[in-house]
Design a protein around this ligand. Structure first.
Ligand SMILES: Nc1ncnc2c1ncn2[C@@H]1O[C@H](COP(=O)(O)OP(=O)(O)OP(=O)(O)O)[C@@H](O)[C@H]1O
Ligand SMILES: [Mg+2]
Length: 541
């Protein structure tokens, strides 16, 4: 829905009384613009602002086909504004100086600087109403320090993934409510799409070119970017996918509230992780493997030395004693792969840093071999793997390139598989993530099922009769099975209590877990009689 600065918009801007441009606004103005007309015949399912007053979205449905579409409604520049905008960009590029010290929010820095510079030049640039200057500054910020045309999509917390398959094709998103839907955002020219992607790659501090057309990188804000550049390998033109990082990552409490884990299951993992069990998370693409890994890793005892190894930085732990290692691609060609640092190298080197727990974001290749070696020498290990269930995972693990000897398979103590499932809620089919099964690996091809998801009732059925972990923990710690059961129940209650108290942010949850580890009995007593003043700050944070 392209839009010009129409008289309607001017009236609207007058109505909301934006401050005169020369003066600094006293407070942030968040006006609501009038709703945009949606093309005829489409039903509006919902509308919400992305960045007021500049960008909004309407989710519409075609009643004939039932298809949803994501209609981005962003204020556009008219030709006059566009001309001035081009000159403003030149001025900003030559006048804005790099910040003297490290700044927390580059966009805020840019907005302040840009405003001052534009104020200085606005008379010589020609007269424009204040409304137009706001728009020009919005577009300058979006294009220079933001994510360009996809910037408004990056502001939408409902979007999980953004993907562009090439030019003249709609950009697709994965919406938390409506799943995979088409947007009205299209890149028409190769040059525009290529420039956007080069800029994104540069924002991630990486290089992309026809010689190196494949890039995996981590954008500012930890969003995961995957690029195939130009027509080297993608005949429709540059393609990219962004997995958006949640600013507020899911904690284990969030995952229990979402029904992905049960309290009992989380308590089970908590006990096992404390006792250095190694855990493998299985699932398909976007099943929620990394999210589950991150949430579970937060149950590791604070103070434990954790080394995480990833291809692009996605994990976010609250532990102080945490080293994050990220693989590096080589920019050599052919046989000459100088400077490359692979996952294999990182797992190998991590052993010299004496980790208590080694977390490998995803295992795919020969790094699995070193990881199992590490687990064989008593290090705890956590990882994810692309596989539907334990049988296919073990098959992959024991074949090339991973090549794990069957005798090593039980070093992976617990295997859980996550899946995206569909469920009817009030006549609507919605997508949810569920842990399908949790199995303990007693031996090669001897798996003991601890939890199973029952689809009909949407509950988890548990059975610990065959557990090998509980007798092992009991033996290792000298704690009787009864005491271990008591500890298990206690932890489940702590998790339940956190849910009741609405302690859900990953930092808040980590604070409680740390407190429980430090003084379990005192904490438990306090929690059960509701006198936890020291924890007040952790609540609702
Ligand atoms: N339990 C959950 N409930 C709701 N949304 C979830 C859940 N787990 C993950 N998500 C969302 O699903 C998306 C994919 O999650 P995640 O990155 O963890 O998947 P993945 O299995 O690691 O994917 P990939 O195979 O691409 O690495 C993210 O946007 C995340 O916020
Ligand atoms: Mg992942």
């Amino acid at each position: 829905m392209p839009q010009k600065t129409s008289s309607k918009l001017k009236n609207f801007m007058k109505k909301i009384k934006l401050p005169k441009f020369g003066k600094k606004p006293k407070r942030r103005i968040v006006p609501t613009p009038p709703p945009k007309p949606v093309p005829r015949g489409l039903k509006v399912i919902e509308r919400y602002p992305l960045y007021e007053p500049f960008a909004h979205v309407a989710i519409v449905q075609n009643p004939k086909t039932g298809e949803y579409k994501y209609m981005l409604d962003e204020l556009q520049l008219d030709p006059l504004e566009q001309g001035i905008y081009n000159r403003v960009l030149d001025i900003l590029l030559s006048e804005i100086e790099s910040p003297k010290q490290e700044i927390e929010d580059p966009r805020k820095f840019f907005a302040t600087e840009a405003r001052e510079i534009v104020d200085k030049y606005r008379i010589s640039l020609g007269w424009l109403p204040d409304v137009s200057w706001y728009k020009i500054l919005y577009h300058a910020e979006r294009d220079l320090v933001g994510f360009g045309r996809i910037d408004p999509l990056m502001r939408d917390p409902n979007i999980e993934d953004i993907s562009c398959d090439g030019i003249k094709k709609p950009v697709y998103i994965w919406h938390r409510k409506h799943e995979s839907i088409e947007t009205n955002l299209v890149f028409y020219e190769d040059s525009e799409l290529d420039n956007t992607v080069v800029k994104l790659v540069h924002m991630a501090g990486k290089h992309v070119s026809s010689a190196f057309p494949i890039v995996d990188a981590s954008l500012p804000g930890k969003h995961r970017l995957a690029v195939c550049y130009r027509r080297e390998i993608t005949p429709f033109g540059t393609a990219f996918t962004i997995r958006k990082f949640r600013e507020d990552p899911y904690s284990i409490i969030d995952l229990i509230n979402l029904g992905t884990f049960s309290e009992e299951m989380a308590a089970y993992f908590w006990i096992c992780l404390e006792n250095r069990a190694s855990i493998m998370i299985l699932g398909g693409t976007a099943a929620g493997k990394t999210t589950a890994l991150n949430a579970l890793a937060c149950l590791i005892k604070p103070g434990s030395k954790i080394i995480t190894i990833e291809e692009t930085a996605e994990l976010n732990l609250s532990h102080e004693n945490w080293v994050s290692l990220i693989a590096r691609r080589s920019y050599g060609l052919g046989e000459n792969q100088t400077g490359e640092v692979t996952l294999f190298d990182l797992v190998k080197t991590s052993m010299r840093h004496r980790p208590d727990v080694l977390v490998v974001g995803e295992i795919r290749g020969n790094e699995a071999y070193v990881m199992f070696q590490a687990m064989a020498t008593g290090h705890g290990g956590m990882s994810t793997m692309h596989a539907e269930d334990i049988d296919s995972a073990v098959k992959r693990l024991t074949q090339k390139p991973m090549d794990i000897a069957p005798a090593y398979i039980p070093l992976m103590n617990i295997v859980l598989s996550v899946q995206r499932v569909h469920k009817k809620v009030e006549d609507e089919t919605k997508a949810f993530r569920r842990v399908m099964e949790v199995n303990e690996v007693a031996n090669y091809e001897d798996y003991r099922r601890m939890f199973k998801w029952k689809a009909a009732e949407d509950i988890y059925q548990s059975s610990f009769n065959d557990s090998v972990m509980f007798p092992y923990v009991s033996e290792r710690t000298g704690v009787s099975r009864n005491s271990l059961q008591k500890e298990f129940d206690q932890r489940r209650n702590v998790l339940h209590w956190m849910r009741e108290q609405n302690i859900r942010s990953y930092k808040g949850v980590a604070a409680i877990i740390a407190e429980y580890y430090a003084r379990p009995e005192e904490f438990y007593e306090k929690a059960s009689i509701g006198e936890i003043e020291t924890l007040a700050t952790a609540r609702h944070t």
